[in-house]
Design a protein around this ligand. Structure first.
Ligand code: FUB
Length: 452
């Protein structure tokens, strides 16, 4: 059977499995069933798609220990930025004719729509004739944003490097950007598969410190080139503005400061229904190893002069949580300085997520934007573990708010479900505060809240 048909069949099968295996919510990180780095978000029609790279920890003897290891790509889809669906694996190192299948180097990708076809761009390592590995950029094509994608036989001629990004200007001209020490750019032909111009080294970007991960977008006639840059020790997200898609650019500021615990960062920026969003990554599920990363989203705002306001990473992320879903209170909007923390529920399987720990009376957590629009809510349920008897209070995060629910908690050996009646009729979208009351610390660990 033709190799490309094999890819299509395998991808179809995995799309069907993937479609039913994961429904993630939009607190940070946004994808909860695997590591996801370098998140490129795209709006196609009314749906939002995420094309990240897929960090894995390969079995012993495979890949490169202690380094980035990626063997394939999954695509994720959402209609509301809240519920994410894993649409399955779409391209793998074992199915692209030119990729060295032992290289585990399927790094940061991008995907773009043109004339009803979806072009998925990805870097990976090929073996040169002398047997030396080098990075090239390939394309896989599909009739649907979630695949199946059929990879081209060869990578794009004249391009070596990583982190492809494609931008189509208002006049229909497509451009390819990538990183190769500098940020490079060139026009693409209408077929989206070949360069249509010389390769430009984009000017005038920082000279010192690694630059990679270009992502270009246009707003109000200006071209914004965004890129991770090592200005000091680790990558921060910066941007530069130009009147021309290939520059020269004016360095214009920092979008997100460098993280103390994740060496890389990598961004995409899109506007959905008038709001701009920054997609980036950190290492939430892998705090001790920053080559196993997780995609995040936060809102992004522009100043009146077109400059970008710095984005502070949050746990809460974006979107409105439904009161009927489990509200993951550990993905907080704010937390008391004393007596509260988060920790993994299970350090042997961190994808199970986190619990909120309240250690003493007075400790609290705030979680914004919970949707009670349907009304008719009568009780609250909590999944909780307590080392002693205690008391919790739920209020709205508003001065002089009345108590919404008072929850007595009994000492328990493990996590149990506790419920209490609501004291008020809650309607609309509310910011909630949960606090420990009483006189003695009950040492509480709370997994989630739910309203019925
Ligand atoms: O994910 C591997 C590499 O790390 C990406 O290609 C870079 O942008 C950095 O995020």
């Amino acid at each position: 059977m033709n190799k490309n048909y094999c890819v299509v069949l395998v991808s179809c099968f995995l799309v069907i499995i993937g479609a039913v295996t994961d429904k993630s919510r939009a607190q940070n990180p946004i994808i909860h069933n695997q590591f996801t780095a370098d998140p490129t978000a795209r709006l196609f029609g009314d749906s939002i798609y995420l094309y990240p790279s897929h960090d894995i920890i390969p079995e012993a003897g495979k890949g490169k220990a202690g380094w980035f290891n990626m063997e394939d790509y999954h695509v994720f889809a959402t209609a509301d930025l809240v519920h994410w669906r894993d649409a399955g694996m779409v391209v793998s190192q074992y199915n692209v004719p030119w990729v060295n299948p032992a290289s585990y180097s399927m790094w940061a990708p991008d995907c773009i729509e043109r004339k009803g076809k979806y072009y998925f761009y990805f870097p990976s390592q090929k073996l040169s004739q002398e047997g030396r590995p080098s990075f090239a950029i390939g394309v896989a094509i599909s009739a649907s944003p979630t695949g199946p994608f059929v990879p081209e036989e060869n990578p794009i001629e004249g391009v070596s490097g990583i982190d492809p990004n494609v931008f189509i200007d208002d006049d229909g001209q497509p451009y390819l950007y990538w990183a190769q020490g500098n940020i490079m750019g060139a026009k693409l032909k209408d077929n989206m598969l070949e360069l249509a111009s010389d390769v430009h080294i984009l000017k005038d970007l920082p000279v010192k410190g690694l630059k990679e991960g270009p992502f270009l977008f246009k707003r109000e006639g200006k071209y914004y080139l965004t890129y991770p840059h090592v200005a000091d020790k680790t990558e921060r997200l910066e941007y530069a503005i130009s009147d021309n898609p290939l520059g020269p650019f004016v360095q214009s500021g920092v979008i997100m400061d460098a993280s103390a615990h994740c060496w890389t960062n990598h961004q995409s920026i899109i506007q959905i229904k008038g709001q701009w969003y920054l997609f980036y990554h950190s290492n939430d599920y892998s705090p001790n190893f920053d080559k196993a990363r997780s995609a995040r989203i936060d809102s992004l705002f522009f100043n009146e002069d077109g400059t970008i306001q710095k984005v502070i990473p949050t746990f809460r992320g974006v979107g409105i949580a439904s009161g009927k879903d489990t509200v993951q209170i550990d993905r907080y909007s704010a937390i008391s300085k004393k007596g509260a923390s988060i920790s993994f529920l299970d350090t042997t399987d961190r994808f199970k997520g986190w619990a909120l720990n309240l250690f003493e009376p007075g400790a609290w957590v705030q979680y914004n934007r919970v949707d009670f629009s349907e009304g008719g809510f009568k009780k609250m349920k909590l999944r909780i573990k307590a080392e002693g008897d205690g008391q919790l209070i739920l209020k709205q995060a508003a001065a002089s708010s009345e108590i919404l629910c008072s929850i007595p908690v009994k000492k328990s050996d493990g996590f149990v479900i506790v419920e209490a009646n609501l004291l008020q009729n809650i309607k609309g979208i509310k910011h909630l505060i949960l606090s420990e009351e009483g006189t003695k610390p009950a040492k509480l660990a709370i997994d989630w809240l739910l309203f019925e």
